[in-house]
Design a protein around this ligand. Structure first.
Ligand code: FAS
Ligand code: PHB
Length: 395
């Protein structure tokens, strides 16, 4: 078959890109390794920046987040058994974030694409990229024992950290920057009312980091920092709830509503950036190109802004006959990506207990937290990064 853009991966990046391109009249196909159910079963992000919410509306799938999302004007930081509100909306002159799960975003995009009858191949095996160093690339894949080929003008690698796209780039053409953190996040999803429905809570306790989030007024998402050697089997629901309570201030701890977990998983934390993000006719977007520790709630939002830049670039190429967008795509994305990498690294360093940091290092962390909650300037810096930098930020 022939199309204008072949998209690898049906996560949020691939689905959002497909929707934005279709609205501009640009043909595209999505090739996804897993089944749709499997993709929806991965529990991930929960907080959307306004830029991301606006993009969902632009893509024609804004109803879900408008009706089911919960707008947040603040976050809360807990340390030394005290809770400190950070009034994000006041500090940013009115900006907000919205609690709405990545699963719901993905489901909205999948349903919209299916309703439009757009080509999406799930369970596409052995996807391989060819000829992207020239202007006539193609992709091959296996489906139900049949071999298929898709000829296209561009390939969009939206296939995440473990995808085939970045792996297809010749080694000398790409530079990778990585930092792996010495702990993971054990996450639990439960159908219980969130303890803090109007502000995500980030706690730094002597026992480690904890986070209180939500998916709706009846579904909560909680995390505790855990050693990388931990396994989910070692964490009964009771052990999780007890540990979560121990990491929060007494008031919040007393108000936690517990219940059976409907999902429980451990995610490693890493910072990662691959540069550049374009290789001839192949463009990387989202986790295929960069990873942030989830502390700053940037992963999904960074993917969305990559897709905004990439869809604009392809639209300018096909509809306005100019290469300006595709030629500056990588540089424009990376400037924003590195600012989000810095923020995510900073908040992760501030809120977690590092196995090899005691004494002076611990005192510095405590001094930074004390300074943060008492300094309007540093609180404003946190707030403006948390709500997300504008698409085209100033110098
Ligand atoms: P994704 O990884 O979501 O999607 C890539 C898709 O490509 C997948 O469906 C995959 O099956 C497919 N694929 C892979 N290889 C392929 C191949 N060879 N052929 C075809 N298809 C292929 N972000 C936050 O903001 N907050 C969080 O709390 C948070 N928690 C996370 C927890 C975990 C365990 C992980 C892994 C990530 C988390 N993230 C979080 C980040 C996450 O939300 C990503 O930023 C987001 O999924 C990025 O979306 P995509 O770029 O579409 O990549
Ligand atoms: C989530 O709801 O999964 C979530 C919220 C905020 C974060 C990270 C994850 O910083």
């Amino acid at each position: 078959m022939k199309t204008q853009v072949a998209i690898i991966g049906a996560g949020p990046s691939g689905l959002l890109l497909g929707a934005l391109l279709h609205r501009a009249g640009i043909d595209n196909i999505i090739l996804e390794r897993q089944s749709g159910e499997y993709v929806l079963g991965r529990i991930r992000a929960g907080i959307l920046e306004q830029v991301t919410v606006d993009l969902l509306h632009e893509a024609g799938v804004g109803d879900g987040v408008s009706q089911e999302g919960t707008v947040h004007h603040a976050i809360e930081l807990v340390f030394k058994n005290q809770r400190h509100p950070i009034d994000v909306t006041h500090l940013t002159g009115g900006k907000v974030v919205t609690a709405y799960g990545q699963t719901e975003v993905t489901r909205d995009l999948m349903s919209h694409r299916a309703a439009q009858g757009l080509p999406t191949v799930y369970e596409a095996k052995d996807v391989a990229l060819h000829g992207f160093d020239g202007a006539s690339p193609y992709v091959t894949y296996e489906k139900d024992g049949q071999s298929h080929r898709v000829d296209c003008r561009f390939i969009a690698g939206c296939d995440g950290f473990h995808g085939v796209s970045r792996a297809s780039v010749p080694e000398g053409a790409i530079t990778e920057y990585e930092k792996v953190y010495p702990f993971g996040w054990l996450g639990v999803l439960a159908d219980v009312p969130p303890v803090s429905p109007h502000a995500i809570v980030y706690a730094n306790s002597e026992r480690g980091f904890a986070l209180c989030s939500m998916r709706s007024m009846t579904r909560s998402r909680y995390y505790v920092q855990c050693p990388l050697s931990d396994t989910v089997d070692a964490w009964s629901d009771q052990r999780f709830w007890d540990e979560l309570r121990l990491r929060l201030d007494p008031d919040l701890s007393s108000r936690i509503v517990t219940g059976p977990s409907i999902e429980k998983s451990i995610a490693p934390l890493r910072s990662f950036v691959a540069e550049p993000m374009r290789f001839g006719s192949l463009f990387l977007a989202g986790d295929a190109s960069h990873i942030v520790p989830p502390t700053g709630a940037k992963g999904l939002n960074l993917a969305a802004t990559d897709v905004k830049y990439l869809s604009q670039s392809f639209i300018e190429y096909f509809n306005d006959k100019t290469d300006a967008g595709i030629d500056t795509y990588s540089e424009r994305c990376l400037r924003r990506i590195w600012r989000a990498e810095r923020f995510s690294w900073w908040l992760t360093s501030l809120m977690h207990r590092f196995p090899d940091t005691q004494g002076f290092g611990q005192k510095i962390q405590e001094a930074e937290l004390d300074y943060l909650v008492n300094s309007e300037a540093l609180s404003r810096s946190l707030a403006e990064n948390y709500v997300g930098l504008p698409l085209n930020f100033a110098e």
